[in-house]
Write a protein that binds this ligand. Structure first.
Ligand code: PMP
Length: 437
């Protein structure tokens, strides 16, 4: 039984799953990705819950795709979007609109150091595209460095930064170098940040001209299965990159907006200040919105040409984004994430004493990964078992993300209104699903 939740979805009279699925197959482009064996027709959402066509409730432990920060259809965010939609749905940054300036100002006030200049775009890929362009223009260098097991986008340029085989196509990717990700669980140097940093330095010395444009990393690799970089790594890496003439980009598409609990931005947990920060997903509670924040000095290179996109920072998204920042603050979501997240992680770790299939429990706040293995010593990915448990979770009424290079990681990244009761329910469900394997 899901934890009680006082909300009644509207009766749904629209098309049913089989029909929607048939038309999706016919009219939407194919993709390798099959999330569930039987299609799930989601018709309504309220806070941390989703409802299907039959009014069945699901605990959304994946927050859409890590997009829902405040909660599905959070009343304050919804109200801001609706009020702005009634007045003006679109204008661009070539005109003035207070919502765009209000949002940019509030976002900049959340940033440390001299990160005060905001560009709005429509997605995470677009944000990373723009960051890469800035890095290349500002430094005059071409080479980009990203970490293995990273996902930074699916556009034809950001796919080069992405370093997961499942997303790759055989296309020219520009000059991108992938160095070892400091993965404490699977990495050959364990948590020894300085050895991974030495590998980065070696890569620059042997594999490049010695000069690079930029380095991009998430603090916790999201699609890669919530892999938190070994402590201390980013400080060492940023020093190396700066010495090689490059700029450092923090991809906060998943780690940002209070999700990690300990800090508002993921990079803060490694004690660094990036030169460029990219964001999307949680920034708009599901609206198509992304941003790049940088210093006035780096931004000045963009003044050489037109820098503008049609929808970026439109008033509806800006009003929604501003409401998200207010809600996160007002509802103290950061400390909430820290508290619920540590409870969840602690309870999951105690399950490791009972079930050998849990190889690793990791993460921070409400960005948690559970890696399943058939053999703890060899760390053999329990791929089929993960798929079975993923289906079982759906039967129970919990939607979780699946990820990692081998598809053997549960990604628990719920809306930030997820409660301790919800966390307990997920842990009990996992205990049950494993025992049913
Ligand atoms: N960076 C990260 C860390 C992401 O997780 C994603 C999306 N999964 C992206 C960039 C790309 O974002 P989008 O899908 O909005 O283009």
């Amino acid at each position: 039984q899901l934890p009680p939740f006082d909300y009644k979805p509207r009766p749904y009279k629209g098309p049913l799953a089989d029909d929607v699925f048939a038309r999706r197959k016919k009219f939407l482009g194919p993709s390798l990705f099959h999330f569930y064996q039987k299609p799930l027709n989601i018709v309504e959402g309220k806070m941390q819950y989703l409802f299907d066509e039959n009014g069945r409730r699901y605990l959304d432990a994946f927050a859409g795709i890590v997009t829902i920060s405040c909660g599905h259809c959070h009343p304050e965010v919804l109200n801001a979007i609706m009020e702005q939609s009634k007045l003006l749905q679109h204008t661009t940054t070539i005109y003035l609109h207070h919502a765009i300036a209000d949002f940019a100002e509030t976002l900049a006030s959340k940033m440390p150091g001299n990160l005060k200049v905001v560009y709005f775009v429509n997605s995470g890929s677009e944000a990373n595209d723009l960051a890469m362009l800035m890095a290349r223009l500002y430094t005059g260098n071409i080479g980009m460095i990203s970490l293995r097991n990273a996902y930074h986008g699916g556009s034809s340029s950001t796919i080069g930064l992405t370093a997961m085989n499942t997303w790759k196509y055989p296309i020219p990717e520009g000059e991108v170098h992938h160095v070892m990700n400091p993965d404490p669980y699977r990495g050959i140097f364990g948590s020894d940040a300085s050895s991974y940093a030495r590998e980065l330095q070696d890569h620059i010395d042997y594999g490049t001209s010695g000069k690079v444009a930029g380095f991009i990393a998430e603090t916790i690799q999201g699609a890669g299965g919530a892999v938190e970089l070994a402590p201390g790594y980013l400080k060492l890496a940023y020093d190396i990159i700066h010495k090689a003439g490059g700029v450092c980009i923090a991809d906060e598409v998943q780690c940002g907006f209070a999700r990690t609990g300990s800090h508002f931005w993921g990079f803060e947990s490694q004690g660094v200040i990036p030169d460029i920060v990219t964001m999307a997903k949680g920034i708009g509670n599901g609206l198509p919105l992304g941003a790049v924040v940088t210093t006035p000095e780096i931004a000045s290179v963009m003044a050489q040409k037109l820098q503008f996109n049609t929808f970026g920072g439109n008033p509806v998204c800006s009003a929604g984004g501003l409401a998200v920042l207010r809600v996160l603050d007002k509802e103290k979501r950061q400390s909430h994430c820290a508290e619920v997240g540590s409870h969840l992680i602690q309870r999951l770790r105690s399950l490791m004493h009972v079930h050998d299939i849990i190889g690793d429990v990791r993460g921070r706040g409400l960005m948690v990964g559970i890696e399943f293995v058939t053999d703890r010593k060899e760390k053999t990915p329990a791929k089929a078992e993960t798929t079975t448990m993923h289906e079982r979770f759906r039967e129970i009424g919990i939607l979780v993300g699946k990820g990692g290079m081998h598809g053997n990681v549960f990604r628990i990244k719920p809306p930030l209104c997820f409660t301790k009761n919800d966390a307990d329910f997920v842990v009990d469900a996992l205990d049950y699903a494993i025992s049913k394997l």
